[in-house]
Design a protein around this ligand. Structure first.
Ligand SMILES: Nc1ncnc2c1ncn2[C@@H]1O[C@H](COP(=O)(O)OP(=O)(O)OP(=O)(O)O)[C@@H](O)[C@H]1O
Length: 379
């Protein structure tokens, strides 16, 4: 049994414009100590799905599905019981420092408070542990920083403090939502190093939510790519990175900034994600997909094992095993006549002439995953 098993999670919002299906039958699992990434453009449903695990949806409703954590269905627990689990066993570090940190209290007090909320400890012990946590997340001079207020922290230090609060009760699963958003490149790199350290000891599972496949590829063992509320591709990070099987994933790869190219983003996927009220027929990605054929507008493709074309997701979290490389594209059931015709070149960041290697020949460039620099082309 995996630590976290999400099965057919379906979440709706009821708006003046109609029903918005923000998360649509999402299933996945996370083993103890594993780091799994959820990636997709803004609005894909990553945050809503993550919040729902902990009963933190403000307006939305879970209309179907189960979330089993350590064997218990979280969606059936009372809010008091969920509060106990939140912070003790599962912690979430939100992207928004302004919302996550209270400006009226010192950073140290906020960490100590998180410790005290779940454990009876003396003030001295809470203080000592808070200082140790500040040190663990890489805050210099943690003892003197303990009495700083959030406004005295830089944005990168605020992100670290948020993670320290989340770590306060030694959770089994840490959900980190967009940890690098709004941070400059150097601070991003430092924060990613921190996450890598946290996952390296293998004791805590991490669900890392990001719009940036580069961030996720760097940190995670497995990746789930979400588009319009559905998982469109999933598998081990190297498989997705070197051989994306869904055109959307290939497009996300093309959006990863190249080190040293002086631009924030390469040309990304044209068009926008559909609004959830007016959904296209068939594959949700087909209006933006350069390879779409008639079948794509007619039928929504299932998530299938890309090697065999057999469905992997029939409501169970993972019938075929969580490491199966699966994608929801008609290509993999032989229904696409023209097929997919893209190439993803993996460019070594030290490779000045820009000559990359073909996706089909990852060779020995596993270092590229540690230090990703990609050039994806949708042709
Ligand atoms: N309060 C709400 N009312 C109505 N719809 C909502 C609400 N919150 C979220 N949604 C819908 O849920 C979808 C998914 O939102 P979510 O925040 O999970 O996306 P995301 O992938 O995490 O993107 P981001 O990185 O921008 O947070 C949105 O596109 C929106 O349609």
């Amino acid at each position: 049994m995996a630590l976290l098993e999400v099965e057919n999670l379906t979440i709706q919002f009821y708006t003046d414009d109609g029903v918005v299906r923000a998360v649509d039958g999402v299933s996945y699992e996370i083993e103890a100590g594993e780091t799994v990434g959820l990636v997709g453009e803004s609005g894909a449903g990553k945050s809503v799905a993550s919040r729902a695990l902990l009963g933190l949806l403000e307006d939305g409703e879970v209309v179907a599905g189960e979330v089993r954590f350590d064997g218990r269905n979280l969606l059936e627990l009372s809010s008091a019981r969920l509060r106990e689990i939140r912070g003790n066993e599962i912690a979430i570090a939100f992207q928004d420092a302004d919302a996550a940190l209270n400006p009226a209290y010192t950073v140290g007090e906020q960490i100590a408070e998180a410790i005290r909320a779940h454990e009876t400890v003396t003030d001295t012990a809470a203080r000592e542990r808070s200082i140790a946590l500040l040190e663990r997340v890489g805050i210099p001079e943690p003892a003197s920083r303990y009495t700083d207020y959030p406004h005295q922290f830089s944005s990168g230090m605020c992100q670290r403090a948020i993670i320290a609060i989340a770590l306060a009760c030694d959770p089994d699963l840490l959900i980190v939502d967009e940890p690098t958003r709004g941070l400059d490149v150097t601070v991003q790199a430092q924060l990613l190093e921190l996450l890598e350290d946290l996952s390296a000891d293998g004791e805590m599972a991490i669900q890392l939510v990001s719009h940036d496949l580069g961030v996720v590829a760097d940190q995670c063992e497995r990746v789930l790519v979400i588009y319009a509320g559905k998982i469109v591709e999933r598998g081990p990070v190297e498989d997705l990175f070197y051989e994306p099987k869904h055109p959307y994933t290939a497009g996300l790869l093309a959006s990863i900034p190249r080190i040293g190219d002086g631009r924030d983003r390469l040309a990304s996927i044209p068009g926008r994600m559909p609004t959830r009220v007016q959904r296209p027929t068939g594959c949700q990605f087909h209006p933006r997909c350069p390879y779409a054929e008639a079948v794509c507008a007619r039928r929504d493709p299932e998530l299938v094992d890309t090697a065999t074309g057999t469905p992997v997701d029939d409501g169970e979290p993972d019938r075929e095993g969580p490491t199966t490389h699966a994608a929801a594209c008609h290509e993999h059931t032989g229904d696409l006549e023209e097929g997919l015709d893209y190439e993803v070149r993996i460019v070594d960041s030290t490779d000045d002439d820009g000559c990359g290697e073909s996706a089909s020949d990852p060779g020995d460039d596993s270092a590229a995953v540690d230090n990703p620099s990609h050039e994806g082309e949708l042709r």
